[in-house]
Ligand binder design. Structure first.
Ligand SMILES: O=C(O)CCC(=O)C(=O)O
Ligand SMILES: [Fe+2]
Length: 351
C-alpha cells in the first residue's frame, strides 16, 4: 500500500469543523438500463438529483478488474518511479496538485486521453510491461463505458422527446471527441486525528465540465455529492433521512456505490439550465485507500455549445452565449476547482 508522505496539514485543505458531518444516504436513484421505463427515470434523476447509480449495464467485470489491478500496481510503485510518468500537463501522473491553478488534495492520479494514438510508454515503463498491454486494458474498459454512456445519453434524449436521439451521444462517438479518462488513488490517510485535523480533502468541491462523467470506485467511501433541495422537495425518503434539510436546503451525501453517472456543465447548457451540473468532492478515508476510475465524455474541441432549440419552450430564451468546447476548456483551465465556470458564459450574469 502506498502512503504519499506524512500529511502536510499546513497545505492540504480541510473541512471547516463547524460544518455538521456529512450524512450517509443510499436511497439515490438507481437506473436499471435493461428496463423499458429507464428513459423516463433517467430524465427524472437528472432533473431532481443530477446523478444516479447504473445497474444492468454491459461493462464486463473482467475489464473493470483488469484495469483496477494495473492501476493498483502502478500506484504501489515507488514515488520516484511514478514521477517519471508525470507531470500531468495535462496527461500523465499527478500527485497532490490538481489542475494548474493551485488546488491541492490528498490524491495521486493518472490522466489519459481516450484518443487511440495516445502513447502509454511512460506508464508501461513504471510497470515494466509492454505499452500495448496497458493500451488494451484501458481501451477495453473505456470502450465499454463509452458504449454505456451513449446508450444512457440516447435514452435521455428519448425521455426528453428530442429528435434525433443521438444529439448528445454523437458528440462522444465523433472521432474527434475530446474525452479523457482519469484514475484517482486516495491513499489511506494516516490517523489524521493525530494531526488534530478532521476530514482532510482528497479532491475539493467542483462540478465536472464535460458532457458526462461515469465513475467507478472500489467500494470505498469518500465521494460526497451535494444534494440540492428545493423547499417542499417531493421525495419522502429524503424527508425521512434529512429532517433538518428543509431548513438548510443543501447538504453533502456520502456515496459508496459502484458505477455512477454524473450530469455535467455542458449538459446544463444544452438543456438551458434544466439539468444542473452536480457538485461533488472526495474526503480521505482513514481505514482504506480509495481507487476511482472516471470516464469524462466530452465533445470535439470545435463543437459549438448552446441550448438545444427543441428543448426551449415558447418564448424561452437562451441563458447562455454560444461557445465552442475549446473556448470553454481554455477558460476552465485557468479557473480554480470550486469556481462556477459557467458564469462567464451566462447571458444575464450569475443567477
Ligand atoms: O475520485 C473520485 O471519486 C471523484 C473524483 C472527481 O470528482 C474527478 O476526478 O472529477
Ligand atoms: Fe469530478
Amino acid at each position: 500500500m502506498v502512503v504519499l508522505t506524512e500529511p502536510d496539514t499546513d497545505h492540504l485543505p480541510i473541512i471547516n469543523n463547524s460544518c455538521k458531518s456529512p450524512s450517509f444516504f443510499n436511497d439515490i436513484p438507481v437506473i436499471d438500463l435493461s428496463k423499458p421505463d429507464s428513459k423516463n427515470l433517467i430524465v427524472k434523476a437528472c432533473e431532481e438529483f443530477g446523478f444516479f447509480k447504473v445497474v444492468n449495464h454491459d461493462v464486463p467485470m473482467e475489464f473493470i478488474s483488469k484495469l483496477e489491478s494495473e492501476a493498483i500496481k502502478f500506484f504501489s510503485s515507488p514515488l520516484s518511479e511514478k514521477l517519471k510518468a508525470g507531470p500531468a500537463d495535462p496527461f500523465g501522473y499527478g500527485n497532490k496538485q490538481i489542475g494548474q491553478s493551485g488546488d491541492i488534495g490528498w490524491v495521486e492520479y493518472i490522466l489519459l486521453s481516450t484518443n487511440c494514438e495516445f502513447n502509454y510508454q511512460k506508464f508501461a515503463s513504471v510497470l515494466g510491461v509492454n505499452p500495448e498491454s496497458i493500451r488494451a486494458a484501458v481501451n477495453d474498459y473505456v470502450s465499454a463505458v463509452k458504449k454505456m454512456s451513449c446508450e444512457i445519453l440516447e435514452k435521455l434524449a428519448e425521455g426528453l422527446k428530442i429528435h434525433p436521439t443521438n444529439v448528445f451521444s454523437k458528440l462522444l462517438k465523433d472521432e474527434k471527441s475530446d474525452s479523457v479518462f482519469r484514475l484517482n488513488h486516495y491513499p489511506q490517510c494516516p490517523d489524521i486525528q493525530e494531526f488534530n485535523v478532521k476530514n482532510l480533502i482528497g479532491f475539493g468541491e467542483h462540478t465536472d465540465p464535460q458532457i458526462i462523467s461515469v465513475l467507478r470506485s472500489n467500494n470505498t467511501s469518500g465521494l460526497q455529492i451535494l444534494l440540492k433541495m428545493a423547499i417542499g422537495f417531493p421525495c419522502h425518503l429524503i424527508r425521512i433521512h434529512f429532517s433538518s434539510m428543509l431548513a438548510t436546503r443543501c447538504r453533502y451525501i456520502t456515496y459508496t456505490h459502484q458505477i455512477l453517472y454524473l450530469s455535467n456543465e455542458i449538459v446544463e447548457v444544452m438543456t438551458n439550465g434544466r439539468f444542473k451540473s452536480v457538485k461533488h468532492r472526495v474526503l480521505t478515508n482513514t481505514l482504506k485507500s480509495r481507487l476511482s476510475m472516471i470516464y469524462f465524455g466530452g465533445p470535439p474541441l470545435s463543437e459549438k455549445i448552446a441550448p438545444l432549440p427543441s428543448l426551449m419552450e415558447g418564448e424561452e430564451s437562451s441563458l447562455y452565449k454560444e461557445f465552442t468546447w475549446f473556448e470553454y476548456k481554455k477558460s476552465a483551465f485557468k479557473s480554480r476547482l470550486a469556481e462556477n465556470r459557467l458564469t462567464l458564459f451566462e447571458k444575464f450574469g450569475a443567477s
